[in-house]
Design a protein around this ligand. Structure first.
Ligand SMILES: Cc1cc2nc3c(=O)[nH]c(=O)nc-3n(C[C@H](O)[C@H](O)[C@H](O)COP(=O)(O)O)c2cc1C
Length: 281
């Protein structure tokens, strides 16, 4: 049956996201799913309604149904229920009150341990101790994280990943008793959303969608176009660290990112990952 409503939701969301028109065939299957994917937004405010533990388990099972590199299954999910552990994590991130307020807090883990343990169990040397194993585990964890967000959105929950927990990787790792070769990819707040949230415009497809060969001609103009389009719909409320960078007369995405990444972030993370037993060579 044609679904004009969902077709319009998809085309509206994508045109808001990318600043171009999309024609969506109302006879296309799966438009409800596409509407949720196209309309994605993170949520950082929740109503005071708990998330049923059985529902959470169901969503985790759906997330862990995601594709896995070579079926190696190197991603895990940690549900943080213990009040003292929640309080400890929140205390590390006072600048993000949504971590405190979220009814549910999870941590998505890249797990390079189980595979190595399997070799121990078989009394065989593990010949794949190199960057690719780390990369595979992180890819699996990222896919599981994304799939969790999709599953949560399907039942009406709102989520926000929290990679800032990696600023405190050692503390989080000790708190959650993560053994060697298991590292946190990101936390995840989830709950029943208190507001609809907004679509964040993305770089135009002229920057991020390539055909047959990588192209970046006219990149500065394309990024500038995006800055302008985004500022018209979702202007930044404040400029990042004006005491350091000054007040810009026009403050767009590229200026914000140049400021955000103009200071070293987690420069010690590689040392943490190595200390956890991953080989990055
Ligand atoms: C891996 C990952 C880590 C993130 N970490 C944080 C975080 O630490 N704190 C936060 O408030 N938002 C975090 N976010 C949310 C992003 O800021 C958000 O996705 C981005 O601003 C785009 O908004 P949108 O997802 O609504 O389109 C993270 C998102 C991802 C995918």
């Amino acid at each position: 049956m044609p679904n004009e409503t969902n077709a319009k939701l998809v085309s509206d969301a994508l045109s808001e996201r990318f600043g171009e028109a999309f024609t969506v065939d109302p006879n296309l299957a799966g438009l409800d799913e596409l509407a949720r994917i196209a309309g994605h937004r993170v949520h950082r405010r929740w109503i005071e309604r708990p998330v049923d533990p059985d529902l959470l388990r169901l969503l985790c099972a759906c997330a862990l149904s995601a594709s896995s590199k070579s079926d190696l299954q190197q991603a895990d999910i940690m549900v943080v229920r213990d009040e003292a552990k929640r309080r400890k994590i929140e205390s590390l991130l006072p600048e993000m009150p949504w971590v405190r307020e979220a009814p549910v807090f999870l941590v998505f883990l890249a797990n390079g341990r189980r595979l190595a343990r399997l070799f121990e169990m078989r009394n065989r040397p593990f010949p794949n101790d190199h960057l690719d194993q780390f990369f595979n585990a992180v890819s699996d964890a990222s896919i599981v994280l994304t799939t969790f967000m999709r599953a949560a959105a399907a039942v009406g929950l709102g989520c926000c990943p929290i990679s800032v927990i990696r600023d405190h990787a050692v503390t989080v790792s000790e708190l959650l008793e993560l053994p060697p070769r298991v590292i946190p990819l990101a936390g995840m707040c989830a709950g029943w959303p208190a507001e609809k949230g907004e679509i964040t415009p993305r770089l135009g497809l002229d920057c991020t969608l390539h055909e047959d060969r990588y192209q970046e001609s006219d990149l500065a103009r394309r990024i500038d176009n995006y800055d302008q389009r985004r500022a018209a719909r979702r202007p930044y409320r404040r400029q990042r660290a004006p005491e350091r960078w000054g007040m810009a007369s026009f403050y767009g995405w590229s200026e914000d990112k140049a400021r955000q990444y103009g200071v070293p972030q987690r420069a010690d993370f590689g040392a943490f990952v190595r200390a956890k037993g991953f080989c990055l060579d």
